[in-house]
Design a protein around this ligand. Structure first.
Ligand SMILES: [Zn+2]
Length: 233
């Protein structure tokens, strides 16, 4: 009796997203680089990070939503002016998780249906294409988690799913020193995720410091399009 009650409590404490998938991504075997990926979900731009990337000519892949693009014209211009550094990809239209089997995840209301997933992907793609003149080829949804049907659909739409192997800032929630330490632990082949849309939080200072330290120790950085060339023909 005690045992079953305990088991029930454990079950109740398990995140509601247990059935969904959080894809892991590393660079292809033998690739000695590190891929930095940033999410621009909503809100503003973290110039501490953007300044550091541009100053040290560090290439990165940036996942933007349509709503972030609309509110950050100056940052969009800086990204476009440094097209040799920045690969811009699709983070959705309104930052809605591509999940159909749970009502919410991390406090975000999920898409709920495949039609809503499809419109979220299409809206993000249209905004990226309009702002940068190039259609995105990679997708990362708002939660970096997906229901299986959504994952299949997004694949059918021709996207590669941008998982990751090292979470540097846990949604820009960590103290700067912790973020810098997590970045310092990046190994060859890691795909790092962090956020570039929270200038008001300490995490971004740690991202900038962490990148500076990686540059100083000679880490080679690579964008996802260079690490995973599209098959030709
Ligand atoms: Zn996001």
């Amino acid at each position: 009796m005690r045992h079953s009650l305990f088991a029930l409590l454990i079950l109740a404490a398990t995140p509601a997203v247990a059935g969904d998938i959080e894809p892991r991504l590393t660079l292809p075997a033998g690739d000695r680089s590190v891929a930095l990926t940033f999410d621009a979900c909503s809100g503003a731009v973290d110039d501490r990070i953007l300044d550091e990337l541009i100053a040290d000519r560090v290439p990165a892949t940036i996942f933007v939503t349509s709503r972030w693009l609309k509110r950050n014209a100056a940052a969009v211009a800086r990204l476009a002016a440094n097209a040799d550094l920045f690969q811009i990809e699709n983070h959705g239209d309104q930052h809605v998780p591509a999940i159909t089997d749970q009502p919410t995840v991390f406090g975000l209301r999920t898409a709920g249906t495949l039609a809503a997933v499809s419109s979220e992907v299409a809206g993000g793609a249209a905004a990226v294409t309009e702002a940068f003149g190039r259609a995105p080829a990679w997708y990362r949804d708002a939660s970096a988690r997906y229901s299986r049907d959504a994952l299949t659909l997004i694949g059918t739409l021709g996207y590669r799913i941008a998982g990751y192997s090292l979470n540097a800032d846990v949604g820009a929630s960590l103290p700067a020193a912790t973020v810098a330490r997590r970045l310092a632990a990046a190994k060859s082949g890691d795909v790092v995720i962090a956020h570039i849309n929270h200038p008001e939080r300490p995490a971004g200072a740690g991202v900038a410091a962490g990148i500076k330290a990686m540059v100083a120790r000679g880490v080679r950085f690579e964008r996802l399009d260079a690490a995973f060339p599209q098959p030709t023909g």
